[in-house]
Design a protein around this ligand. Structure first.
Ligand code: EPZ
Length: 420
């Protein structure tokens, strides 16, 4: 079994280049199934979820050529199946985008129930509501989700809950439907806009992604014959920004879109950090111990839940008492159990956690409960005095490309060790 061994404290200094967004890539890859043609995707993050998705696409008959670790050419003219087995789909959450894509292309689909990070209850009722509104019959049984439609006809769909996954899935299912689909109260994350931009590049007609109403005019076919570059990952960028503050460092974050980071920039400045933003790059640096803050995670453009654990590491070492209210997920404070092993004073109850800041964390053996908790523990290990060992690395490798390499280039004393 592998573990990361980190010796701290080290102030992180230097430059980091942000990779393509995981949560955009895992929607755009299944979206290629809607194309009766060939397309090229650039700036793919080199992470296990992307490799997993490419294997699933090939199992469905897609032909994939790897032009580089970050670029593929996909030929989806001759699909030979609409069934994705559960042994692949249960390995990650985003496998549920196969439903919208295959329903849209083949009018029928059978997909193993998705897996993904354990963040508490992760229902898909809004996805199903959308598919049924378009005319599909959906069944969930025997560990599979099946959906079938004689015709998919555009309609108006109001999202009861702001859901990234459901917004993406309804977009995928309605791109080739007859007529117009309106999605009201959609999610507005940058990866939603990226999926819409990808689909439009391939021949779709989607307007309003990133606003409160998305309008999809169904088209007959997506021809592809185009190249698309994945948007930079604002969560990876935010992870390194918070690492700069937690470690008392000074980092230049390159290949990011600072517009997507406004809530993080505002919070970092509020607690006494420094940010100089310049369009596609920014500098973030520590000049004094952070002051306390209250955080409420919200759908974009609010403070992202996917940066909540990383912010928790900063607040665990801030002056005074801070509060985090996790409004999206039922159970996203498991990482605080691990921070307490490192000397943090945190009380977590349901969707709220109270952080009484301490001067310094101390190294300890800890375990990553999910992707972003893993990133938070790396930041904690770099900031802490002593040696930290981090177990359960598969979560981290799903969403961060060469994370220890990127931290090492910033001065971190971090090694991946194989226990055996
Ligand atoms: C996506 O998950 C991301 N995953 C998550 O990132 C992220 O935390 C989340 O969006 C919120 O931004 C991917 O994009 C692969 P939701 P998703 O549907 O789509 C409720 C990471 O670390 N809900 O926006 O599963 C749900 O319970 C991962 O990269 C319903 O009630 O999230 C939650 O409370 C972790 N019914 C809220 O909506 C539904 O049908 C938001 O969930 C769907 C969701």
């Amino acid at each position: 079994m592998e573990k990361l061994v980190i010796t701290g404290p080290t102030p992180l200094k230097g430059e980091v280049v942000i990779s393509g967004a995981k949560n955009a890539a895992v929607a755009i890859l299944p979206a290629t199934l809607l194309i009766n043609g060939v397309c090229t995707i650039e700036n793919l993050p080199n992470i296990s979820d992307v490799k997993l998705y490419c294997n699933i696409l090939e199992s469905l008959g897609a032909k994939i050529k790897w032009n580089s670790p970050h670029e593929i050419t996909v030929d989806t003219r001759n699909l030979n199946s609409h069934i994705a087995s559960s042994d692949a789909t249960r390995k990650f959450r985003a496998s549920y985008y196969l439903i919208g894509a295959l329903l849209g292309r083949c009018k029928e689909v059978k997909v193993g129930i998705p897996g993904g990070c354990n963040l508490g209850n992760r229902p898909i009722d809004q996805h199903i509501k959308g598919f049924e509104a378009l005319g599909a019959k959906v069944d969930v049984s025997n560990g599979y989700i099946t959906a079938k439609a004689k015709r998919l006809v555009g309609t108006s769909i109001y999202m009861d809950v702001v859901s990234v996954g459901a917004t993406m899935n309804i977009m995928l299912a309605s791109v080739l439907a007859e007529g117009t689909t309106i999605i009201d109260n959609p999610a507005k994350e940058p990866h939603i806009v990226d999926l819409a931009n990808f689909l439009n590049t391939m021949g779709a007609d989607i307007r309003g992604a990133g606003t409160d109403t998305i309008k999809i005019n169904g088209v007959k076919e997506l021809k592809g014959n185009a190249t698309y570059s994945i948007v930079p990952d604002q969560i990876e960028a935010g992870t390194f920004m918070l690492a700069a503050i937690a470690s008392k460092g000074d980092i230049k974050v390159k290949n990011c879109i600072t517009k997507h980071l406004e809530s993080i920039i505002a919070k970092i400045e509020e607690i006494g950090g420094n940010v100089e933003a310049n369009g596609d790059h920014l500098r973030v640096w520590y000049s004094k111990r952070p002051t306390k803050a209250n955080i409420k995670t919200l759908p974009y453009p609010g403070f992202p839940t996917d940066l909540q654990p990383q912010m928790g590491v900063v607040l665990a070492q801030a002056q005074g008492t801070s509060i985090i209210n996790e409004s999206i997920w039922e159970s996203r404070f498991q990482y605080t159990d691990e921070l307490r092993k490192m000397g943090a004073h945190i009380t977590a109850q349901g969707k709220t956690a109270i952080f009484e800041g301490v001067e310094k964390l101390t190294g300890a053996p800890v375990s990553a409960s999910d992707l972003r908790a893993g990133a938070a523990l790396i930041i904690a290990g770099i900031s802490a005095k002593g040696t930290t060992e981090i177990y359960n690395l598969t979560h981290i490798d799903r969403g961060y490309e060469n994370i220890e390499e990127k931290f090492r280039k910033l001065g971190a004393k971090i090694e991946r060790v194989n226990e055996e």
